[in-house]
Design a protein around this ligand. Sequence first.
Ligand SMILES: *Cc1c(COP(=O)(O)O)cnc(C)c1O
Length: 232
Amino acid sequence: MTEIKNPLQTLTAHIERAEKKTHRPRKSVTLLAVSKTWPADELRKLAVQGQHCFGENYLQEALTKITALADLNLEWHFIGPIQSNKTRDIACNFDWVQSIDRIKIARRLSAQRPVERDVLNVCIQVNIDDEASKSGVKSDDVLALAEQISQLDHLQLRGIMVIPEKTSDPQQQHASFQKAQQLFSQLVTLYPSVDTLSMGMSADMDSAIAQGSTMVRIGTALFGQRHTPASK
Ligand SMILES: *Cc1c(COP(=O)(O)O)cnc(C)c1O
């Protein structure tokens, strides 16, 4: 009898093959399940199958799920744009924030992190292709921001998060990922806490893994097409 794999098993096997093909150690790439727009029950199904890390873009929607799934001890990553009046709820409820793009937000998160919780893990979101309308800091400004963040008591700088420009040109995609990898390597030599290159989504994870990604953020390939627009 052939075993029919569920999407999580299929994706995990896919990531393992990509690691192997590019001579990366097994489990060197973490799978972040990007669950925006999906109800708590869908996340619970994946959690029961062993998925531990979940990424959310919209605060109110995320808080509902964090509450509903509190019994599961999941790891929650905030990956959406951050307004400064939302930092307290983010600091109180998440384990990671991957979308830091200015020092003001980092300072607020550090100040508002509850003392009884571990430090908040953070990544700097880098606008790796310098797109006009994209969030994230310019590559040239990453080192200065990293230096400021490294001085904050309740944050731990873990690395960078990138969303490259949409392109069908594999060479351009390769160049973007390579730029991100170089920036990441630079940070690794400067800060012992840095170990995370968050790069790769459903459509481009193979190339991202080949270029050193340590965390892929996958929505569609895990949950299917999003039907409902994400709520704010
Ligand atoms: C939605 C989203 C993803 C997941 O994208 P898919 O193409 O559905 O895999 C990853 N990262 C960020 C920042 C997102 O907003």
